[in-house]
Design a protein around this ligand. Structure first.
Ligand code: PHE
Length: 346
């Protein structure tokens, strides 16, 4: 009897000692070590219980109960301690990661729309309102579409008007203008045809007013009875919409292999109002596009009967229009994506 009572006392004392030790645990690891020191396989509780084999059989259940009570007491203290540690950690993390939502927001660098895109879209909208649909073609083009079908015979000096990037060993080149889309459209559709075709074009050229890659918008209209008067009327409508009713314009005779007659369109210089300045080379006029009646040879090339149908075409440089509208002196600014430049248009 003495033995079992002393075991019970020892176990209760051990539980109290373990609970005290846990109460002063520094952290999670410390707590686990303390717990193992008492409850582990070679822990202090197990050590006390070694007396079990010396106890009489009838005392053993009591010893087992006492041991269980001791373990439960230590475990209960341990688990409430762990909960407290977890709660403390969470509270510390919340405090550390706290966001001050009253701080003023920082403005990100937003993408400014490039003025070129905006002008291109304006040009599309202006012609779409007049019933033109958008057509497109490849930038890597066959000689046939870029030159031959447009009435530039092989070795014709007019090919020199456009310094071409040729893809070696192939019949391929970088298109020098959007006019090949005229050919592709006429081959694909029957008249009446009314399309505009915006896109990138390439020429071996670079100075303040020329870039090796630039953009054009091509126009093509084919129907019965189309005359130069229709061309003039359409382009005057365009100039009104793009540069305003007060803009002066003139048609100047010119030459393109694929139009006959051909013209270049000038508007009164917007920098000097026609007085003459360095931008307009003291002529008072600025060229904005080429145009003309589609040459009957071209119609024949694409299988359209020139006795029944006629039409006109025009082509303009988007950079040129954008530079004139926004008074930008160097075309390369359009491609530099310098935010200081782009922000002026937002
Ligand atoms: N394709 C010509 C050029 O790039 C412009 C043009 C288009 C002229 C349509 C007449 C008709 O110079």
């Amino acid at each position: 009897m003495d033995d079992i009572e002393s075991l019970e006392r020892d176990l209760a004392a051990l539980a109290a000692e373990a609970q005290d030790a846990l109460a002063s645990a520094a952290d999670r690891e410390d707590a686990i070590q303390i717990k193992n020191r008492y409850l582990g396989r070679n822990g202090q509780v197990a050590a006390l219980m070694r007396v079990l084999r010396d106890l009489p059989n009838e005392a053993r259940p009591r010893a087992g109960q006492a041991s269980n009570a001791c373990k439960r007491a230590i475990e209960a203290t341990f688990s409430s301690l762990m909960e407290r540690i977890a709660a403390d950690e969470l509270a510390r993390r919340i405090e550390a990661e706290r966001l001050d939502i009253s701080l003023p927001a920082r403005r990100p660098h937003t993408l400014e729309p490039n003025p070129l895109r905006a002008v291109e879209q304006d040009l599309i909208d202006i012609f779409a309102a007049a019933g033109f649909e958008v057509a497109s073609g490849p930038e890597v083009e066959r000689d046939f579409y870029n030159f031959e079908a447009l009435n530039f015979p092989p070795d014709h000096p007019a090919r020199d008007m456009q310094d071409t990037f040729v893809l070696e060993g192939e019949d391929l080149l970088m298109r020098t203008h959007t006019s090949p889309v005229q050919i592709r459209t006429m081959l694909a559709y029957e008249p009446p045809i009314r399309v505009i075709s915006p896109g990138r074009v390439y020429r071996v050229d670079e100075d303040p007013t020329h870039s090796p890659v630039f953009h054009q918008v091509e126009g093509l209209l084919i129907d019965e009875g189309v005359t130069f008067a229709d061309l003039k009327g359409t382009l005057r409508y365009f100039i009104d919409a793009c540069f305003g009713l007060q803009a002066r314009a003139r048609f100047r005779p010119s030459y393109f292999p694929f139009t006959e007659p051909s013209a270049e369109v000038d508007i009164g210089c917007i920098f000097c109002d026609g007085d003459g300045c360095s931008v307009c080379s003291h002529t008072g006029w600025l060229e904005i596009m080429g145009c003309g009646m589609v040459d009957p040879n071209v119609l024949e090339h694409v299988g359209i009967d020139p006795d029944r149908f006629s039409g006109f075409a025009f082509g303009m440089g988007v950079e040129r229009i954008a530079m004139l509208r926004h008074r930008v002196p160097d075309i390369r600014l359009m491609f530099g994506n310098d935010l200081r430049f782009l922000r002026q248009f937002s």
